[in-house]
Design a protein around this ligand. Structure first.
Ligand code: UDP
Length: 373
């Protein structure tokens, strides 16, 4: 008999949801994380009375009612709606691509005019079957929007030309012929009041958590403690990179406290030209509903400039690069992972997938159904 039924490696969303469900079915659970804090990349920290998204903007959005009901057990969500602004060399555009964007770009007024403009540009570019992100983007919104709002941003974000990236990445963004600048096609959207860290604290209530513990450094000892391991770290790291490393994009944030109540008037502004070195600036106070009134009274504001870079050993991996080469390598790691008895790989890093938060939770709940009944 081992001391625990489950050792959960990583206190992010995948691990914390599994831990909660396992504990609630009477399993003995230990959660470890190599960071000094819980909550993985959704971690938020209180600075100047503002919940700072330490690992980048996280806006919870989902169409999955089960997931929405689930997270609402652990947090009250505000009614924040993401509507980022694109700044292209000082010209401001509404995102995602919608009638406000088309009007500003071309002066068109009706949806029919906008559709005609895009149809023409698609035709001129001669694209019928989009094979990569560039062709997909042009075929969805035309060359002008591609050139000003997509090309530079995407190349900075991914460090690769759009012609070498998979089309699905740009399909994350809605294209709307309405005056609706809600960035997500999701029935439910919001940010946990009190921050994500508090939500994850609630998920992990009563569960043993040990921080600053690196599983891979003492793997044998940890494995001896539990019957099963739920591993949410990077899959290639687990195997000591035996097949070579998978590629990730990493992100660096330069966070500043500014002595002014309002820096940019919006939670997210994307810098879509290729010269500006950062991809976007987040002004954290605007994620918090009610802060628009209170926020004006808060004398200061906290902003983070986000810089994207190619991951190298020692960096935090953020985004898997799901192109052909890496997908093929991941498939080989997956074969190894499937042979690991007693270890289940989950989450963005464990499954090398560009998962949103709701999809991570859905996949963890699915695993709970399989393992815990
Ligand atoms: N994108 C873009 N311009 C923008 C915002 C997004 O070209 O102003 C593209 C870019 O390729 C990006 C992708 O759309 O990687 C997905 O954007 P999303 O906001 O979903 O990325 P995330 O918030 O996950 O970084």
């Amino acid at each position: 008999m081992k001391q625990y039924d489950y050792l959960i490696v990583g206190a992010g969303l995948f691990g914390s949801v599994f831990a909660r469900e396992a504990a609630d079915t009477g399993k003995k659970v230990l959660v470890i994380d190599r960071r000094p804090n819980i909550a993985g990349n959704v971690y938020t920290k209180d600075v100047e009375g503002i919940h700072v998204h330490e690992y980048g903007a996280h806006i919870f959005h989902t169409n999955n009612r089960e997931v929405w009901d689930y997270v609402n057990r652990f947090a009250v969500f505000n009614r924040f709606t993401n509507s980022p602004v694109a700044n292209y060399k000082g010209e401001l555009y509404s995102l995602p691509f919608n009638m406000y964007t088309f009007n500003k770009m071309w002066g068109v007024v009706t949806p029919a005019e906008a559709e005609e403009k895009i149809r023409k540009q698609r035709e001129e570019a001669g694209i019928s079957e989009p094979k990569n992100l560039e062709e997909q983007a042009i075929s969805l919104v035309g060359t002008d929007i591609y050139e000003k709002l997509i090309k530079g941003y995407t190349q900075k974000q991914w460090g690769r030309p759009c012609s070498e990236l998979p089309a699905f990445i740009i399909r994350r963004l809605p294209v709307r012929f309405t005056f609706d600048n809600n960035y997500f096609n999701a029935l439910y959207q919001g940010i946990p009041v009190g921050g994500y860290t508090r939500m994850v604290e609630n998920l992990l209530q009563g569960i043993e958590v040990r921080l600053n513990e690196d599983y891979l450094l003492r793997k044998k000892e940890w494995d001896a403690l539990a019957d099963q391991v739920i591993y949410t770290g990077a899959v290639d790291a687990y195997f000591g990179y035996v097949l070579g490393n998978l590629e990730y994009r990493s992100v660096r944030f330069e966070t500043e406290i500014l002595d002014m109540p309002n820096f940019q008037g919006n939670a997210a502004v994307n810098y879509t030209d290729s010269e500006t070195p950062w991809t976007r600036i987040i002004e954290h106070k605007w994620f918090e509903f009610g802060k628009d009134e209170e926020g004006r009274d808060l004398p200061r504001t906290v902003i983070s400039r986000e810089y994207s870079s190619e991951w190298k050993p020692g960096d935090e991996p953020y985004y898997p690069v799901n192109d052909e080469k890496n997908s093929a390598l991941y498939a080989r790691y997956k074969e190894l992972a499937d042979q690991e008895e007693n270890v289940i790989f989950g989450g963005r890093l464990g499954e090398y997938r560009y998962y949103d938060m709701d999809a991570v939770i859905a996949s963890s709940l699915e695993l709970c159904r399989r393992k815990l009944g």
